[in-house]
Ligand binder design. Structure first.
Ligand SMILES: Nc1ccn([C@@H]2O[C@H](COP(=O)(O)OP(=O)(O)OP(=O)(O)O)[C@@H](O)[C@H]2O)c(=O)n1
Ligand SMILES: C[C@](O)(CO)[C@H](O)COP(=O)(O)O
Length: 241
C-alpha cells in the first residue's frame, strides 16, 4: 500500500495583493482563502497519511482559531502545522523535512489556489505513480514573446511548446527531497523546476483553467466570479457538515 503526503505552502506575505492582512486569510464569500483551499482536499484526505500546512511563523494561534474551524471535520483533525521560511522554496522544504521514509509520494500545493479540480487530482495520482514527478499545467492562450532589457521584443515563442504551470505538483518523496537538498542556495519558482534541474522528467497533467493563484487584487474579483459560477455545486462546504 503506497503512502502519500500533502504539503500546502501558505507561509507567504501576499505583498502583491496589497491588503492589510495576508492574502491567505482574506475572506472569499465569508470563508478565508486558505480554508477554501484546504476544504478542497476534504474528499482526498483518505489518500494522504500526512497533511502539512506551512504557515508564517507566529500565525499558529490565528490558524487554530481562524482557519481550522472553517474546514470540514475529519480533514481538520489530520492537519499538522509547520513554520514557513522566507521563500516558497524554503517553506516547502521545511514541510518536506517533517516527512519520514515511510512516505512514497508528496503532493505540493499553493495555499492561494483554492479551485483545483477533482479530475486534476485523479490525473496527478495516476501520473506520479507512473512517472515519479508530475505538474498541473494548462495550455497558453496568449502569444508569449521574449523581451530584452531595452523593452524591445527579441522573439516570439512557439505557443504549442508552452504551458502555464499550476499546482498541485506531485513527486516521489525521495526525488523531491533530493531535489530540494541539491537546490540549496539557488532560487527556483516551483518544485518541478528543482526536479528538472536534476535532469529528471516531469509529466504534465492538464489543469483546470480556473485553478488560479490569487496573486493580485484582480484575482480576488475573478475568484468571486468563479465561486458564483460554482454555486449549487458541492463546493460551498458548510461548517456544520
Ligand atoms: N515564504 C513563502 C512564500 C510563499 N509561500 C506560499 O506559496 C504560495 C505561492 O506564492 P505567492 O502567490 O507568490 O504568495 P506570496 O509569496 O504570499 O505573494 P507575494 O509574492 O505577492 O508576497 C502561496 O500560497 C504562499 O503562501 C510560502 O509558503 N512561503
Ligand atoms: C508554484 C507556482 O504557483 C506555479 O505557477 C508559481 O511558480 C509560484 O510563483 P510565485 O512567484 O510565488 O507567484
Amino acid at each position: 500500500m503506497m503512502s502519500s503526503a500533502l504539503i500546502v505552502a501558505a507561509a507567504g506575505e501576499g505583498r502583491r495583493m496589497k491588503k492589510e492582512i495576508r492574502k491567505q486569510y482574506l475572506p472569499l464569500r465569508g470563508k478565508p482563502l486558505l480554508a477554501r483551499t484546504l476544504s478542497g482536499f476534504a474528499g482526498w484526505c483518505d489518500k494522504f497519511s500526512r497533511i502539512i500546512v506551512v504557515i508564517p511563523p507566529g500565525d499558529e494561534d490565528y490558524f487554530e482559531e481562524g482557519i481550522i474551524p472553517q474546514i470540514p471535520a475529519g480533514l481538520e483533525k489530520r492537519i499538522e502545522m509547520a513554520a514557513g521560511g522566507t521563500s516558497r522554496q524554503e517553506s516547502v522544504n521545511r514541510g518536506l523535512k517533517r516527512l519520514n521514509d515511510d512516505i512514497d509520494y508528496v503532493f505540493i500545493h499553493d495555499g492561494a489556489r483554492p479551485f483545483f479540480s477533482e479530475e486534476l487530482m485523479e490525473g496527478l495520482f495516476e501520473a506520479v505513480r507512473r512517472w515519479g514527478a508530475a505538474t498541473a499545467a494548462t495550455p497558453v492562450k496568449d502569444t508569449i514573446k521574449q523581451k530584452n532589457n531595452k523593452g524591445l521584443v527579441e522573439n516570439t515563442l512557439d505557443r504549442d511548446k508552452l504551458v502555464a504551470v499550476q499546482t498541485p505538483q506531485a513527486f516521489s518523496c525521495d526525488l523531491i527531497k533530493t531535489a530540494h537538498r541539491r537546490a540549496a542556495g539557488k532560487k527556483f519558482p516551483d518544485d518541478a523546476s528543482l526536479v528538472e534541474e536534476m535532469g529528471r522528467e516531469v509529466r504534465i497533467v492538464r489543469g483546470n483553467f480556473d485553478n488560479i493563484k490569487l496573486t493580485t487584487p484582480l484575482d480576488l474579483k475573478l475568484a468571486e466570479a468563479i465561486l458564483a459560477g460554482r454555486q449549487g455545486e458541492d463546493f460551498e462546504w458548510r461548517a456544520d457538515s
